[in-house]
Structure formats: C-alpha cells, structure tokens
Design a protein around this ligand. Structure first.
Ligand code: ZN
Length: 382
C-alpha cells in the first residue's frame, strides 16, 4: 500500500524515495549523480565531479566532492557514501513503497538503500545545516561511484582536495549504532597457466595440460578459514575448449585476507609457491599477478573517528556496537590513502537482494547521529 501523504510530510523519507527511484547500477550512475549535483549546487555549494570511471559510456559518472568551510574551531570531518547499487535481476526498476514505517523495493529490483539511505541522510543534513545556519567545524563530502564489485571510485580518487583527517563512511548493514572498527587487508592472486595443446586421443604425450597444472595448484593450497583472522579462497577457474584437446591455457583467480599483515604475506607466498610448484611439475609456464586490493584498519584500541562516533551515539542514548568484519569497503581504500576512517551501520537490511529494506526510523536515527557528530566535532580541539 502506498502512503504518499505520509511521504510528502517527511522530507528525509521523500528524499530517500526520490534517490531510490533512480536506477544506478555500477557504471551507470549518471542520473543519480546529476540528481545529487542539482540538489547540492542548489544550496550554493561548489561541487566538483571527478573524471568518469568509464569515459566511453554516456551513463558513467565520477565521484562527487564538496566542502563546507567551518565557521567555528574543531575537527573537520569527511562524510562518504556510494552512489551505485548492485544490478537488479532482469533490469527491473525500483518502485519503492513506504508501508507502516518500512521502505521496500515494491518490485523485483533491489531497493538500493545500500547506499542511498546514507546519501539521503548526508544530503539532508547538509540542507539543514545551510538552511538553519547551524555552526560546524568543516564538513567534506565524497560521494563515490563504482563501489560495488571493486571499490573503483574510491581507488580512482586521489583525495587530494580532502583536508579532514577524520572520516565516516555510511555503508554497513545492521541497526544504527554499529561501527566497523576492524577490517582485514586483501590481496588477490591471478595465475595464467600456459601449456601446450595436442589431440588428447592421438598424441596426448605431446601436450602439456594447463588445467591439470591449475587443478594441482589449487588442490595443494590451504584455503577457507585459516585462523581467526585469516581467510583464503580460489573463486575462479577457467580453461579448456573441448574434451578431446589437451588444454593449453587455464586461469585461476584467488584471494587472501587477514587482519595481520604478516599472516597475509605468508598465505600469499604459500599460494604462489603452490602455483609455481604445480607449473614446474606439469611442465607448463605460468604468469602471475598479485594485487593489493585494500588495506585493513584497526580502531579497536581507539582513534579519533571511533571516539567521535562513540560520543555522538552516547549523546543520543545509543550504545556503540564495535564490529570486526572480514569484508572490505571504500573505508579500506581511504585508510590505505592515509585518511583515518570508520564505517557506520545505516539500518539497511538484506542488502543486495530484492528483500532489502530500511525503516523511516533508521533514516532519522542516521540523520540525528550526523547532527550529533557535527556537535561533537565542533566541541573538540583539532
Ligand atoms: Zn554499500
């Protein structure tokens, strides 16, 4: 049941519904970025769009950055959320509905509260600050593109304009009050085994099987949960053309994550050794690429972002839930680039599925939190 009268009475919910109605799967953020540009520039803000991620595509867009200079001393802070969503099945369009305080997709499309709930709260806070002339110590916004499936917008951003030394991403599931304080580093390993093709029934001895080498390498690897802070996986294996041909090419793609840097190095070295050994035994060549995907962080023992967040939640009478995760987000990239940053839960649930939802109450809690955060940052000596 649609309750448009309720919607129009609540500008924050209305803003969220407007954002959710604009489809923006990764690589196609143009329309939602244009919406945000219009809204923020309408406040008189100078908003800069960084280079689009996919310059050949008309629907591609770049990260948005803008700064509100502070009018009182204190700690300037950066707020971040991502503008893209996961794609919806059959390219279904979101038709969000508010029913008894809960906002759902209303179609087979994902709602996109991940991360439009955060975008709505951030933009609405900025609007209130400007309209109500609320003093603050400086606020920067970095609204990224291409977060889903590779943190690409955050990786592409140099953060060169950012002056804040304290950042908050709003991109975690679960009730408002949750803060990701600890996250692992991740490296990916890609190996291309290059053998020699031959007819499998006539002259198999002349062939060198890339698939056999890849299989041997994967079988020799320790994978899965390796200890309480380290995991590893091979998620892709591709090779071969036909059952009667000894395959000359096979690619495997794997990853390792750990909260402990030396454990991560040890696991990656182990995976590389398994690959090289299998290639040698099967007499095939191998090309290896190891990539630093994101950097872990650990604010479990303190740090300005967690201290400010905890104070702000305290002022709301909310207990902070400190979360340690195995996942990565834009936050890992910002920390890697030297901006201390934590990830905050927004109240979104069942993300990346058509059952995704968020309550109007969660949107308001996030808004209240951001307002308290401004107040805490204002009172704090830099
Ligand atoms: Zn997200």
């Amino acid at each position: 049941m649609r309750q448009d009268s309720l919607v129009s009475a609540d500008p924050l919910v209305t803003l969220f519904l407007e954002l959710a109605r604009i489809p923006s799967p990764s690589g196609h953020e143009r329309a939602v970025v244009d919406f945000l540009l219009t809204r923020l520039r309408g406040l008189g803000l100078e908003v800069e769009e960084e280079d689009p991620l996919y310059p050949d595509s008309r629907s591609s867009a770049g990260n948005l950055y803008c700064r509100l200079d502070g009018d009182v001393p204190g700690v300037p802070i950066l707020l971040s959320a991502h503008t893209d969503t996961v794609p919806s099945e059959d390219e279904a369009l979101p038709d969000p509905v508010l029913d008894e305080g809960v906002i759902r997709s209303g179609s087979r499309a994902v709602l996109g509260a991940d991360d439009k709930a955060a975008l709505a709260a951030i933009v609405y806070v900025v609007e209130r600050i400007i309209h109500d002339k609320i003093t603050h110590a400086g606020i920067e916004l970095l609204l990224t593109v291409g977060e889903e499936g590779g943190l690409r917008g955050a990786k592409a951003s140099s953060l060169e304009k950012v002056v804040s030394r304290c950042g908050f991403c709003l991109d975690c599931t679960g009730p408002v009050g949750g803060v990701i304080v600890r996250s692992p580093s991740q490296k990916t390993v890609q190996a291309t085994f290059l053998g020699r093709s031959a007819h499998a029934g006539v002259v198999p001895e002349q062939g060198r099987s890339a698939v056999a080498a890849a299989a041997k390498a994967v079988a020799a690897m320790k994978l899965g949960r390796l200890d309480d802070e380290t995991t590893a996986n091979v998620g892709v294996i591709k090779g071969g053309e036909a059952v009667n041909v000894v395959p000359d090419r096979c690619v495997i793609e794997g990853e390792a994550r750990s909260h402990d840097h030396s454990k991560l190095e040890t696991q990656v070295a182990h995976m590389i050794e398994a690959i090289n050994l299998a290639a040698a035994e099967e007499e095939v060549d191998v090309e290896l690429t190891v990539t630093d995907e994101f950097q872990g962080f650990d604010f479990s023992k303190g740090g300005q972002p967690i201290e400010l967040a905890e104070k702000a939640f305290g002022r709301m009478g909310l207990e902070t839930r400190r979360i340690s995760t195995g996942g990565g987000s834009d936050v890992n990239v910002f920390n890697l680039k030297g901006l201390p940053c934590v990830n905050l839960a927004t109240g979104m649930e069942k993300v990346h599925t058509p059952d995704e939802y968020i309550t109007a109450e969660s949107l308001h809690r996030m808004y209240d939190f951001l307002m308290e955060l401004m107040a805490v940052a204002r009172d704090r000596q830099p």
